[in-house]
Every structure is written in C-alpha cells, then in structure tokens.
Design a binder for this molecule. Structure first.
Ligand code: GDP
Ligand code: MG
Length: 317
C-alpha cells in the first residue's frame, strides 16, 4: 500500500524538517540537501515546518521556495513542540517515503540515500543511530540510559531512539499517531503496530550555529511518555486486562489476609488493633477500585471502537 496517486502526485520522497530558530543553518542545509538528493533522480520535496521561530527562519524558507518549487513550508503561529511539527509535516507529506531530519546541520543529508536503500530492502521504518555522537556527555550519558530503558520496555533494541534522522514508508505515518511529546517513541509505536523497524548508523556533526533547544526537561518527561506509549499501545483496546490484573492481585492479597484474620478472630484472638487489618481492608478496596476503573475503561474503549484501529498490511481480492 502506497500513498494514493492523487495525493502523492508522483513524489517519491518527502523530507520533513521541523525547526525552531535555525535561521543560520537553513541556507546551508538546503544546499547540502540538494547536493545529496539530486543524484537520486526521483522527484522529491523539502517540507520545512517552522514551529513559531522568532529569528526570521520562515523568511529564509520563503526565499528558498521562490527559487525552488520543490521547497514547501508551513509556519505555526506559535511554538507547539517537535511532535506537533512532525504530525503536521506527516499529514502534508506527499512522498511514498518520508524522511525526517533536524535542521541544525547535525544530521547529514548524505545519509538519506542509505536509509532509503534499507526501506527498499523491505523495512517500514529505518531509524538513524548517531554511533559517534557529537554532543556533550551531559546529553549522551542520560541518553544511553534512556535508550536502554526504552529498549527493555519496548522489546525493540535500538541504540538511539531519539535520532532526528529517520525514514518511514508512507503507510507508517498514516497509521501511528504523533501527539504530546511522543516523537521519541515513533519506532516503538511502529514496532508495536507490527511494522518492520531497523536502525542504521549515521554520521553526526557538532552543532554549528545557535544552541540546543531542549533542556533537562526532556529527561523528566521521557519517563511519563514511555508510560503513555506502553499503555496506549497495549491496553487502549483492553484496559480491563491491565487494571483488572493489578486489581485482582491486590484484592486477592487483601482477601487472603482477611481469611487469616477471621480465623484468628473465630479462635478468640482480638484483631481490632492489628495493622494487618488496615492492610487487608486497604488492599481489598484498592482491588475493587482498580477493577472498576478497568471496567469504565472498557466502556470508553467500546464506545470509541473503530475499524481503523487495526493496521492492515495488504488486501487480496
Ligand atoms: N518543531 C520544533 N522543532 C524544534 C523545537 N525545538 C527544537 N527543534 C528542532 O529539532 C531539532 C533538534 O533540536 P536540537 O535543539 O538540536 O536538539 P538536540 O540536537 O537533541 O540537542 C532541530 O532541527 C531544532 O530546530 C521545537 O520546539 N519545535
Ligand atoms: Mg541538535
């Protein structure tokens, strides 16, 4: 399944570039992209998503557009974040294959053809791996940790989930949702949807102009995002399985303790002052609460059910 012909209008590759205040880098990025992509010979487009920059980035994009019809641009009224920019870029990209990259010249456009070759080998998503990363260790060290944990939870071992440079078959971006700050987990969401995901080492350059736009906030948010991804991918259609299992364990534990206490009480031992009694009541209540939450979740899932929730690879007949 590729993008419908009317929509793709023959475009083979869309490069989606989310950016925020990268005015100095843009002209050079454009030159590098043209040098890297023209040998491919197939039609491509460069889609710049300016996420409310205040440094005149969009004027540069407008100028590039005037001299080259393959350039397209979208400007947000204010800053919404990288996931928002990617979501809008994905919705607008016409290419059969969509590549995302950072605008800060740290990702190398020369790597794009390599990513494409792996897509053509049959992968649905190829994620870049900054094997020799050119960033301070205050960033690379937490990143290592983040990648390990994500890999463990996701069951997908990638070295570098957060690389800006990635290639997607169009159907992948049609299927997986990008919202909140979930852009870091697109390979995970794709993997869980059943797409074939792999990684490929890519060159990485030190930042040339300006400075990094992400502070330490990225690390605190990361954990919650992982939790969200885990929950929405595995349990949105069956919330009772998650809440119910935990609830059942909790209720069972409380119930067991309750039986033990009752037995003591029947045999004449006073139990009114035992902390265990409190524990028993707490666990049983918690269990009932969790199971009810799961049931409410099921009602929501039931009324929101849609056929499109299931990603189809191919149809015959
Ligand atoms: N759309 C959007 N892009 C952003 C935002 N912040 C950074 N970017 C872009 O994301 C890419 C990576 O950002 P950068 O600051 O270099 O992050 P780092 O390389 O991980 O330190 C660059 O192309 C930035 O212009 C944002 O708030 N919105
Ligand atoms: Mg960067």
């Amino acid at each position: 399944m590729t993008a419908p012909a009317s929509e793709s209008n023959g475009t083979y590759l869309s490069v989606v570039i989310p950016l925020f205040n990268e005015v100095e880098s843009l002209p050079e990025l454009y030159r590098q992209l043209i040098v890297a992509l023209e040998p491919m010979v197939k039609p491509f487009e460069l889609l710049f998503i300016d996420d409310g920059s205040r440094d005149g980035s969009f004027d540069v994009i407008r100028r590039l557009k005037d001299q080259d019809a393959r350039v397209r641009g979208i400007q947000f009224l204010r800053n919404y974040g990288k996931s928002a920019a990617l979501a809008v870029g994905f919705a607008d990209a016409r290419g059969e294959i969509v590549v995302t990259m950072d605008a800060d010249l740290q990702d190398d456009p020369q790597e794009i053809l390599g990513l494409l070759s792996q897509i053509n080998e049959g992968y649905d998503l190829v994620s870049g791996w900054k094997q020799n990363r050119q960033d301070p260790f205050t960033k690379t060290l937490p990143s290592k940790f983040f990648n390990r944990i994500t890999g463990m939870v996701a069951g997908l071992r990638l070295h570098d989930f957060n690389c800006g440079l990635k290639a997607y078959r169009h159907e992948v971006i049609e299927t997986i949702p990008v919202y909140g700050e979930l852009h870091r987990y697109l390979p995970v969401l794709a993997h869980w949807s059943g797409f074939r995901v792999t990684e490929r080492p890519v060159r990485h350059h030190p930042r040339k102009y300006g400075q990094s736009k992400f502070g330490i906030g990225r690390f605190t948010h990361g954990f919650f995002d992982l939790l969200t991804v885990f929950f929405v991918s595995n349990y949105t259609r069956r919330p009772l399985h998650l809440f119910g299992s935990v609830g059942l364990v909790s209720f069972g534990l409380g119930f067991g303790v309750g039986i033990y206490l009752s037995w003591l009480w029947i045999n004449g031992t006073g139990i009114g002052t035992r902390p265990l009694l409190l524990f028993c009541v707490l666990m049983m209540l918690l269990g009932i609460q969790l199971i009810s939450m799961g049931l409410i979740g099921e009602m929501i899932a039931y009324s929101g059910r849609r056929v499109e929730d299931y990603a189809i690879r191919s149809r015959l007949g």
